[in-house]
Design a protein around this ligand. Structure first.
Ligand code: FO1
Length: 349
């Protein structure tokens, strides 16, 4: 057991802090555990996707990270638990017929599996009796024997809200006029992120207190996981002090591009980047991260972009970034942490 002497009770700095969204980040964290099983890792997770569904507080990115690290995630969906059943949701359908149209509780389009429900019941009950989201997240991670410290980006509400660039009708018939601003889950799940966006806002980010700031500035390495730069990493960066802390230690911040060959492996990141005026490419991601990140890891298919990325004052590492096989995933994690441990002293241009 490594002796952990902590001076005047300051928490020992972790080796690696990972800024995390959902699926891509969860896979990277599991790969990191394979590569460096003894590393002290803190995952700071986006909570802009959080929602209240059927009266329960759901933290999708936190649950995806915890379930993936516990190897309990459903591999096809990338969210929720494997071997799931949906009896509670099917039983709720009875009440959809009588629910007032003004009711805000999404009853039938945000699916909560029967095993997954336990997490939301526990979290909601603990929050209601005054526990912080950080305390509850720590308890849930411990219950799943997760080897890393997993914390929300804040204990305060930060809500990602998306403005629709066109009118759209959800598969359940609900109509959304052009210009309507909706919750992230209405956009992502009810509208199946099949409608262009004209704006994304993080309501509450200006007053929410970020968590993990001591570790963010003192950890040996910081890795920005391959998550959606707009709606997964964006909310974290919108919190006060996060960007300036990352800028301060830019030389040991490494990001992995979630865009490969101009496309996202999963989800709407590529379309959102274009719709919001960015280039949907590893170079577009580099431009978003250049001020706060000294190294960008991109996929071999994007090797031609390396000179343009380095022209931004970023070190650019070209390697396999599709974490299909454990060996590739482990090698990617090793590459990212090794890069963060050898600082890039070039200034951003
Ligand atoms: N995604 C869906 O596409 N459909 C769902 O019904 C759904 C339910 C759900 C419940 C709990 C949870 O933790 C995640 C859930 N997700 C669902 C995924 C979720 O929308 C995404 O994981 C994130 O918000 C974006 O990464």
């Amino acid at each position: 057991m490594k002796a952990t002497h902590t001076l005047n009770d300051v928490r020992a700095s972790p080796d690696v802090v990972v800024l995390a969204g959902g699926v891509g980040a969860a896979r990277f964290l599991r790969a990191l555990h394979l590569a460096r099983p003894d590393a002290e890792v803190l995952a700071i997770v986006n909570t802009g996707d959080d929602t209240v569904a059927n009266g329960l507080h759901v933290s999708p990115d936190i649950d995806t990270v915890i379930y993936t690290l516990a190897t309990a995630i459903d591999p096809e969906r990338g969210w929720g638990l494997r071997d799931e059943t949906w009896t509670a949701m099917q039983s709720l359908a009875r009440y959809a017929a009588v629910r007032p149209s003004t009711s805000l509780a999404p009853n039938d389009w945000f699916n909560l599996g029967d095993r997954d429900l336990a997490t939301h019941l526990y979290r909601t009950a603990r929050l209601r009796e005054g526990a912080t989201l950080e305390e509850v997240t720590t308890e849930i991670a411990r219950a799943w024997n997760v080897p890393y410290r997993v914390i929300p980006m804040s204990n305060h509400s930060v809500e990602t809200r998306v403005t629709l660039a066109e009118a759209s009708t959800a598969s359940d018939g609900h109509h959304y006029p052009q210009g309507q601003t909706v919750s992230f889950q209405e956009y992502f799940v009810r509208l199946k992120h099949g409608v262009p966006v004209s704006n994304v806002a993080f309501v509450g980010a200006d007053t929410a207190t970020p968590l993990g700031m001591h570790e963010l500035s003192s950890a040996t390495c910081v890795v920005i996981a391959p998550s959606n730069p707009v709606v997964s990493i964006g909310p974290l960066r919108a919190l006060s002090g996060v960007d300036s802390t990352l800028r301060e230690r830019r030389e040991s911040v490494v990001a992995i591009s979630p865009i490969i060959g101009g496309a996202a492996l999963k989800g709407p990141a590529d379309r959102m980047l274009r719709e919001l005026g960015h280039e949907s490419s590893a170079l577009g991601v580099a431009r978003m991260y250049a001020p706060i990140c000294g190294t960008l890891v991109i996929d071999t298919v994007d090797a031609a972009l390396r000179p343009s990325i380095e022209a931004l004052g970023m070190r650019c590492i070209v390697t396999d970034t599709i974490m299909k096989l454990p060996d590739v995933a482990r090698a990617l994690a090793e590459t990212a942490v090794a890069a963060a441990a050898t600082p890039n002293m070039m200034a951003p241009r």
